[in-house]
Design a protein around this ligand. Structure first.
Ligand SMILES: [Mg+2]
Length: 234
């Protein structure tokens, strides 16, 4: 996926066709040597052959809101069960994001929010956001993905504001380790960018051992990819 994956489409195609040729001779592909998108797709296909992916899964998704509270409001009011929504923050003014989050949490007492800032804020901007979210509402932010440009700033933000954070971009950095940290509540696993099912399962295990929520997520997958992701999450 351009702008998400490290590998290009021709590189992925070449790796896939070489691996399939090898697989036809009876070899088990070495996931670790493959580009993540290929390792993910191929391991899903093999899991399909072995009937290892469940058909029954929760295909609902957390509705995504980019800034229009009225729209999200309408969507959520008809939603059965737990009301969870995701908002991309950091696209507009941080203060405005804070106001929207506050309004939504105040208006819908059973709403939980997942927020994603994609590392777009300086610490000052992140604080501008937090200032507008009433302290008593902050616990209903399940997590805010990567608020700041650096992990250190994000950790300090979580510590100082009481708003839980989640790691997403960090998972793809060489020095990242899954561990329990104050203020961190989840890791976001995007299998297309992470790699094989085995690698994803390992991350889920590490997350659970550290007391973290593991969220299986997508970038811009097709309906096929999204379906596989729902089944993996199950
Ligand atoms: Mg994210």
């Amino acid at each position: 996926m351009p702008e998400f994956s490290q590998e290009t489409l021709p590189q992925a195609q070449a790796a896939l066709s070489a691996t399939l040729t090898q697989w036809q001779t009876g070899d088990v592909p070495d996931d670790a040597a493959l580009p993540p998108s290929v390792a993910f797709g191929l391991s899903c296909a093999l899991a399909e052959c072995d009937a290892r992916l469940p058909l029954a899964a929760d295909y609902r998704k957390a509705p995504l809101c980019s800034g229009d509270p009225d729209e999200l409001f309408a969507l959520l009011q008809g939603m059965p069960g737990d009301k969870v929504a995701k908002i991309k923050v950091g696209l507009y003014e941080a203060v405005r994001d804070g106001m929207i989050v506050n309004v939504l949490l105040e208006a819908l007492p059973d709403l939980t929010l997942r927020l994603d800032a994609n590392r777009s804020w300086t610490r000052v901007k992140a604080d501008g956001f937090a200032r507008y979210v009433a302290p008593e509402l902050r616990s209903r932010i399940a997590f805010l993905e990567e608020p700041c440009k650096t992990r250190e700033e994000s950790r300090a933000f979580a510590r100082d504001t009481g708003i839980a954070i989640a790691w997403d971009e960090s998972l793809r950095e060489a020095d990242f380790r899954v561990q329990a940290e104050p203020g961190v509540s989840a890791i976001i696993i995007k299998p297309t960018l992470v790699g094989s099912l085995a690698r994803c399962e390992q991350l889920v295990r590490e997350a659970h051992q550290a007391g973290l929520t593991a969220v299986v997520s997508s970038s811009i997958e097709s309906s096929l990819g999204l379906t596989q992701l729902a089944r993996i999450a199950q």
